[in-house]
Write a protein that binds this ligand. Structure first.
Ligand code: HGA
Length: 607
């Protein structure tokens, strides 16, 4: 959330900053802005809403200069207006910020008492004033920043421009990510390597508390105690090409369709098909000693974790807890020796999940990270990195990252089961074969796209929608409801099918469609009974099942969606497709902004 970029360069900086912002817009689109030094003064261009508005503003009011900073915002403090858009500036200083300055109120009062006048409602602006005040009193930019950083509580990635130093920027990071890019006679700052991909692939990742002075000649990095430090320069594999939508109308649809390929790609790195074995990176701890698994994640990743809980318990017989990251850290969780925390995050930067990881580490837990960005902070801090190979996910509503997370978690659960002596070679072989069937089954599920599109109007008129599932398909009901909320803005809830009669069934009438996920298998009859309880009360049901399930229970439903018949192990992956497609087509029918839904952003780097 919030993307930042800075360039100390040789050529016109504004267009290049905007190019970087295009790659960061997934992080927020409440407003965008740039600042550069022109004719010895700091100048800004800012615009409310999407980046396209800033581009228009720059067309009518160009911004010359070779050194500059830019920002795309997901508002935390202050409405998404132009006056709250970054960069925030004084005469001496302009800065962009990702994070939250938690003690901003006290700092703002202190600064106001000294006569400083604020132009925005943001937490960020206090930093601009604190630094500016010291510079105005004669401090060098370095001294000013070194004095201000310890005063800031909370999380920040900052890029700061100084009127008096036109060929230099200062960056700092605590909690939020920031990288340094090394170019040819140019140096850059960015929220991630993707933002800098067209400029350079030579990247150094700043560590917690680091701050950096960049000039044309390179970077001087300091740690939190202001001691000079070296951070290794790595070559990022991220390409400069902007990812296209291909033939699809939206990134989300393209990403839904990529699932057979990316799940196959992911499974390829975790299964040895010749031997029919799972094959995972070997951690530097003994998996056989793991006595408890704690899975921590947010949003869609949390639902992947909920599915995995079933797998860890059923396959490995290891107790597994799943927690929402924002709750985990503050509830004094009991973490005993022999515990493994698994963090799941598409970006690997999710602030709450990262905080949970660090808390678990301080309690002596081993850490495994299931992330889609292998250079992310979580990837770097984990003991065991389990990357998903979904490729960049641009649509804000997660789709392919989810199914790839499930693929990794299923393989990991099998691996743990083997390490615990719970999976013999025959059972492992069978399990690997079922997992290997997932890509073809996902493909077969996609074949129902048109029939799902044809029934989307039944849901698009609803104000409320319920999703029901049981066992490992219950998290899919939650995921279905989340997808629908995220992109169509229809209120939706997911329930464990058996919970309906304990309350939610009171909501049933002929205006609340109920979407039931019930693949054939051990729980089918039970789920269908709950579905019939809904129908008996006039509820309108959409049944998602396989051919046998639809034959057995489809009568009386307002619509049915037929999935391929699959083993229960891979059903959560396969049933993800119809819930994604349904949400997608409902959103398109309602005319919402599918790839950039209101109020949301990807890569949630604030708590
Ligand atoms: N707190 C700042 C930055 C927001 C942010 O980093 N969001 O992810 C603001 O509200 O502008």
């Amino acid at each position: 959330m919030c993307g930042i970029i800075g360039i100390v360069g040789k050529d016109g900086v504004a267009e290049r900053l905007v190019e970087g912002l295009r790659r960061l817009e997934y992080r927020g689109y409440d407003s965008a802005g740039v600042a550069a030094i022109h004719d010895g003064a700091i100048e800004r261009r800012r615009a409310e809403g999407k980046l396209a508005n800033l581009v228009k503003e720059l067309e009518s009011n160009p911004l010359p200069g070779t050194t500059g900073i830019a920002h795309t915002r997901w508002a935390t403090h202050g409405a998404p207006t132009t006056s709250n858009a970054h960069p925030h500036a004084t005469k001496e200083v302009a800065l962009v910020h990702n994070g939250i300055i938690e003690n901003f109120k006290a700092l703002r009062e202190e600064l106001t008492a000294r006569g400083r006048v604020f132009a925005s409602e943001t937490d960020t602006e206090v930093v601009a004033h604190l630094v500016s005040e010291l510079v105005e009193q004669g401090a060098s930019p370095r001294d000013a920043v070194a004095q201000v950083l310890p005063r800031l509580h909370g999380a920040f990635a900052l890029a700061i421009l100084f009127r008096g130093s036109p060929d230099m920027l200062i960056g700092a990071r605590l909690g939020s990510p920031l990288v340094v890019g090394y170019g040819d006679g140019e140096t850059y700052l960015g929220s991630d390597a993707l933002a800098l991909a067209p400029l350079t692939q030579r990247i150094a990742y700043l560590e917690e508390g680091d701050w950096v002075v960049i000039t044309k000649d390179g970077a001087e990095i300091f740690d939190k105690d202001n001691a000079p430090v070296e951070r290794p320069i790595t070559i990022s594999g991220v390409t400069g090409e902007l990812i296209s939508k291909g033939n699809h109308r939206h990134y989300m649809l393209k990403e839904i369709y990529e699932q057979p390929v990316v799940v196959a790609q992911t499974l390829r790195s975790y299964l040895r098909r010749m031997e029919d074995q799972v094959s995972l990176p070997v951690p530097d701890f003994d998996l056989g000693t793991i006595r408890r698994v704690t899975i921590v994640a947010c949003g869609t990743s949390y639902y992947a974790g909920m599915v995995a809980k079933y797998w860890f318990e059923q396959l490995a017989r290891v107790p597994a807890d799943v927690d929402v990251a924002s709750e985990f850290r503050y509830r004094a969780p009991v973490m005993e020796d022999g515990g493994l925390m698994i963090v799941i995050s598409q970006s690997g930067e999710t602030a709450d999940t990262l905080a949970a990881l660090r808390h678990a580490r301080s309690e002596g837990q081993k850490i495994a990270a299931v992330v889609n960005v292998p250079t992310s902070t979580m990837a770097r801090e984990a003991d065991l990195l389990l990357p998903t190979h979904a490729g960049p996910e641009i649509g804000v509503a997660s789709t392919k990252a989810f199914t790839c997370q499930l693929a990794v978690l299923a393989a990991f659960a099998a691996n743990l089961a083997r390490a615990k002596g719970r999976l013999d070679a025959k059972a492992e072989k069978e399990l690997v074969r079922h997992l290997a069937e997932a890509p073809a089954a996902l493909n077969a599920a996609l074949a129902y796209d048109e029939s799902i599109e044809a029934m989307a109007h039944l849901i698009a008129v609803a104000r409320d929608v319920l999703y029901l599932g049981r066992g490992p398909d219950y998290p899919l009901a939650l995921e279905g409801a989340l997808k629908l909320k995220e992109i169509s803005y229809i209120h939706a809830e997911g329930y464990a099918a058996g919970e309906m009669k304990h309350g939610p069934i009171a909501l049933i009438d002929d205006k609340v469609p109920v979407i039931v996920l019930a693949p054939s298998g051990p729980l089918f009859e039970k789920t269908v009974s709950n579905m019939q309880e809904v129908q008996a009360r006039g509820g309108k049901v959409v049944l998602i099942s396989d051919y046998d399930g639809v034959q057995a229970a489809g009568e009386g439903c307002i619509a049915t969606i037929t999935m391929p018949k699959v083993h229960p192990l891979i059903a959560p992956m396969v049933y993800a497709v119809p819930v994604q497609l349904l949400a997608y087509h409902v959103a398109v029918a309602k005319g919402t902004d599918v790839d950039q839904p209101r109020n949301l952003a990807k890569s949630v780097t604030v708590e």
